[in-house]
Design a protein around this ligand. Structure first.
Ligand code: F3S
Length: 81
């Protein structure tokens, strides 16, 4: 399975991710993205039918803020909004 999280320290609110993967990424009041599967904890497996969208978002983010891994992200509480 794939896991994803947004590095909110580097996100520049360009919003490409939510266009590529509207079911995976949403924005806070400042336009900073978060992974909406689990409030940017990176612990919830991305549904298989959304993996292509995830890769599109990953590739379209200009600041490389979309993180993708085969294992859950841990201890990322500080990244949550
Ligand atoms: Fe931010 Fe990249 Fe999305 S800059 S809004 S994570 S495309």
């Amino acid at each position: 399975a794939k896991y994803t999280i947004v590095d909110q320290d580097t996100c520049i609110a360009c919003s490409a991710c939510g266009i590529a993967a509207p079911d995976l990424f949403d924005y806070n009041d400042e336009g900073i993205s978060f992974a909406c599967l689990d409030d940017n904890q990176g612990m919830t497996p991305v549904p298989e039918d959304m993996e292509d969208d995830l890769e599109d978002a990953y590739e379209s983010c200009p600041s490389n803020s979309i993180k993708m891994a085969d294992e859950p992200f841990t201890c990322k509480k500080e990244a949550a909004s």
